[in-house]
Design a protein. Structure first.
Length: 335
């Protein structure tokens, strides 16, 4: 059978190829370890897709301070508001995937795919999940000078003066905005929505009496509730907040299933080295579980979750279709 070449590779060729593959895997593993060992090589930028003062900004600044210490590097928080969060999220999605540009975002990340006809990111493909950080109930607020002291009072005022009341939210399609629209449905009332570029400006509009009502996540509202400048009529979580014992839930007031919250998630551009993602995840969870930091966040209005990448991926998978369905049922047309 001389002169014929076998259709199968020789044993030597197989061994040679296997050795090359093993060497490539080992080299990749060493490179991955090097990625984590050398990281960060320069300041790390965390993009917050909303204005300063909102819950996402508060979470990013608290976590960023301690994360910089843990990584022995510098963390810079960059607020990029606009487009209901789309501008900042889009910038992060298309950043270099080297771990030096990251994203801390809110529920807008999972709401926007159902709210906008076109968005600058794919929620399932453009990011690597780092951690599910925390969540906050939304809260229904009025200026203390308004003379409204309960949800029943607000509904009565809205029905008596249907063109009088405006409500502020952190932006189109945020969970506070959707809470406001849900409130209008269950209360059978009309109020005009006034969207802002984040929770901070929305709260300021209520404080300055530019609007009469606001729907917001609890963290930016909390100090103003404590000071007495704002009146909290209800929270939209499953239970009363621990240090606001006199503020009822919407469920207690007879509005079954009225539960909306605002989560905070930590993400990196897709294809960021897994060693870096894992290091960021581990350090972030350690920070959030530190008793003093957990207590600080709780006092600021956050329920700390401190879940790893799997928890963040599950929330995205669950909530993109959930909010798309809510938007459709509320009759909100994609913009």
């Amino acid at each position: 059978m001389t002169g014929r070449r076998s259709a199968y590779p020789s044993r030597r060729a197989v061994l040679s190829a296997g050795g090359a593959l093993a060497a490539a895997v080992a080299t990749a593993g060493l490179a991955s370890q090097a990625d984590a060992a050398d990281y960060p090589e320069r300041p790390v930028k965390i993009i917050v897709p909303f204005a300063p003062g909102g819950p996402t900004d508060i979470m990013a600044r608290i976590l960023g301070t301690h994360l910089g210490e843990a990584l022995k590097g510098t963390i810079v928080i960059e607020n990029r508001p606009g487009g209901g969060g789309n501008i900042g999220i889009g910038i992060a999605a298309h950043a270099e995937p080297d771990g030096h540009t990251l994203l801390i975002t809110s529920s807008a990340y999972v709401v926007n795919p159902g709210l906008y006809a076109k968005i600058p990111y794919d929620p399932f493909k453009d990011f690597a999940a780092i951690a599910e950080l925390g969540t906050s109930p939304n809260v229904i607020l009025v200026n203390a000078k308004l003379g409204i002291n309960s949800v029943a009072d607000l509904i009565a005022r809205a029905k008596a003066h249907p063109d009088e009341l405006n409500y502020a939210s952190p932006g189109l399609g945020t969970t506070p905005h959707l809470s406001g629209e849900l409130f209008k449905i269950v209360g059978n009332v009309e109020m005009t929505h006034v969207p802002f570029s984040g929770a901070g400006p929305a709260i300021q509009a209520l404080l300055s009496e530019t609007t009469q009502v606001a729907f917001a996540a609890l963290p930016p509202a909390h100090p103003h509730i404590e000071s007495g400048a704002l009146k909290a009529l209800a929270v939209t979580g499953p239970h009363r907040w621990f240090d606001l014992p006199d503020v009822p839930t919407m469920i207690e007031l007879g509005y079954a299933d009225f539960i909306t919250d605002t989560f905070q998630g930590f993400l990196a551009p897709a294809n960021t080295p897994m060693s870096i993602v894992e290091r960021l995840s581990t350090k972030s969870i350690e920070i959030l579980k530190t008793p003093g930091i957990a207590e600080q966040l709780r006092n600021d209005g956050f329920e700390v979750l401190a879940n790893g990448p799997d928890g963040m991926r599950k929330r995205i998978a669950d909530e993109v279709p959930k909010w798309r369905d809510v938007i459709m049922k509320a009759g909100i047309k994609p913009v």
